[in-house]
Design a protein around this ligand. Sequence first.
Ligand SMILES: [Fe+2]
Length: 280
Amino acid sequence: MSGITEEAEATTRQNIEEQIRSVVPRDLLPTSAYAPIPGIYDVGWKLWKELPEADFAREMREFDDSIINENKEWVMRYSPMLANGELSLEQVKLSELQSYLGVDNFPITIVNHVYHNLKNKEVRDIILRHTAEEVGHAELKADFLVYGFGLDRVRDVWNGKPNLSKPINFGGSFPAIDALRKESPSLAYATVPFLERNLPLMNQIQGRALREKYGFPDKVLGFYDLHSYVDIYHERLALYIMAKYSASKKAHELFRNAIEQIRNEHIEVFQAQYRALKAL
Ligand SMILES: [Fe+2]
């Protein structure tokens, strides 16, 4: 017993949240911590467009869109192949297990950026908040593997080994990130949430395919449904930092290089995974 009834928890939480909101109108976590950027979870938030370096953020979006459009099926982790039902159930299982192994480490790679951004309180808190929001997300994918395929969470999922190719590197070490960090540690971090911008569409395609082509029920598809919108907010974290903090021309070029390098590596990894799946 924690000493507080569920009814008291519900009413206290509601009252405190209302009380805090009435003092400072900001978004709150269920634990009533302030959201790092006011309004960022509001539908259609566009504050970044009014910030001084908005043109840089806009250009990088266009640049990234051009990479995505030229390599759509690979940036989207061969989800078009899932959508046309060409993968067997066994191939879907292995693909999603491989994907789990890639996303499970994501909070660790994000939080590493905090040690390079301790002097900028706002960026520091954004990184910590982003980290916290990723904790537990991978477990929704574990749920899919456990309840959708009957895998054992601890033996098969948590302690599974990469089996198709090297795991995807989300936000980890890249030479271009290291070079960018020397010029601008906040932009080096911003590459991470910026590169999540393709995930809502990718997960929409995957969720629909897993329902319609493979017959999985809603209750095992939480990961895909949540990620059909949640990374909209994570791209916003990047856009805010990119547009707010002025950086050198060199830093802007290094950011562009980093996006290109990371997208290209992801494309290679997903092509290798797909080839390995098709060879089974
Ligand atoms: Fe995310």
